[in-house]
Design a protein around this ligand. Structure first.
Ligand code: PEP
Ligand code: MN
Length: 332
């Protein structure tokens, strides 16, 4: 249950209320919210004087639940926001990895010429093999900082583990928690301490409820700026890398108040399907699309098979406005 105490309740009274209900206070919450285990369905009579409003919830999808907050949260970075009620679908693009200054500069230039405002690229890569390119690390973060300066782009980059948490948090406008790290509670708790946006990707073996509850770790620590990303789940199919779960995206839209971004690149695993899936996702009315693109995809050091070249990226980008407008949305 989420409880909004009366505005005149003292801090000591709130601590007492929290303790008696085995709950936790949400730091920096505008309504000084307390979240209790979801098994609690009613505020005990003797504590009601302290309570302004209470929200009994079905399960531990609480702060992220639409049943708690009807409107989709707006996650703001500079002049761009993701989610909210603006009807904008934000296009996010960039290479899988930062590979060199020349490569990331080519990406940043193309992205900004298309009017895209958010550049995404990884520096600490969670690879499936230790023998492949692992990312440029701190040098990659430095190059992304230079692209922000030069092109005015907002930067998303991934935190792989706790060893470089502070450096990534400092260097990014949105911190990405990748699919494989969705269950890393150190990272989730670390992101809860930040006061900047976090893009949380769904693990390919996670249920929707597990994804939503991973987001609750960040929200309950006081960071209210979480964006969810569907990037494909593992099924019996081996012809594609993963399977894009649009049913799941519908569930997330219906049940949660968090903005939803769809990443067709990692779902498909092959460039040939990415534009069609991005268009289907645009028609679906999601808050954002995340697409990988590279100046020379076949030479890419990671995810070579799925990255679009720049002409494919431009063609996709140009094809989106009529699709979005048909569903009452616009491209941002
Ligand atoms: C990525 O975004 O480049 C990435 C590694 O994706 P995921 O975490 O979805 O596998
Ligand atoms: Mn990738």
């Amino acid at each position: 249950m989420i409880i909004h105490p009366k505005p005149d309740a003292s801090e000591a009274e709130l601590d007492q209320l929290t303790r008696s209900l085995q709950g936790a206070r949400v730091p920096d919450h505008p309504d000084r919210a307390i979240v209790t285990p979801s098994a609690l369905k009613e505020v005990p009579a003797e504590l009601r004087d302290l309570v302004q409003e209470s929200f009994p919830l079905l399960n531990d999808l609480q702060l992220a639940a639409r049943a708690y907050q009807k409107q989709t949260r707006s996650v703001t970075l500079g002049s761009v926001s993701i989610g909210g009620e603006t009807g904008a679908t934000v296009f996010i693009a960039g290479p899988c990895s930062v590979e060199s200054e020349e490569q990331i500069e080519a990406c940043a230039k193309t992205v900004s010429e298309l009017g895209i405002t958010i550049l995404r690229a990884g520096c600490y890569k969670p690879r499936t093999s230790p023998y492949t390119f692992q990312g440029l690390g701190a040098e990659g973060l430095r190059l992304l900082g230079a692209m922000r300066q030069r092109y005015g782009l907002a930067i998303i980059t991934e935190v792989r583990d706790a060893t470089h948490f502070d450096a990534v948090a400092e260097a990014s406008d949105i911190v990405q928690i990748g699919a494989k790290a969705m269950y890393d509670h150190g990272l989730l708790r670390g992101c809860g301490q930040l006061r900047k946006p976090v893009l949380l990707k769904r693990h390919f073996g996670a249920t929707l409820q597990e994804l939503a509850q991973a987001a609750e770790f960040i929200l309950s620590a006081g960071n209210d700026q979480v964006v969810l990303c569907e990037r494909g789940i593992r099924t019996y199919e081996t012809g594609t890398r993963f399977t894009l779960d649009l049913c799941g995206a519908a569930w997330l839209k219906e049940k949660t108040n968090l903005p939803i971004v769809i990443d067709p690149s990692h779902a498909m695993g092959y460039a040939y399907g990415v534009a069609d899936l991005a268009r289907a996702s645009a028609a679906f009315g999601v808050d954002g699309l995340l697409v990988e693109a590279h100046p020379s995809p076949t030479a890419a050091l990671s995810d070579a098979s799925q990255q679009l070249d720049f002409s494919q990226l431009a063609a996709l980008h140009h094809s989106l406005p009529p699709i979005l407008s048909a569903v009452g949305r616009s491209l941002r």
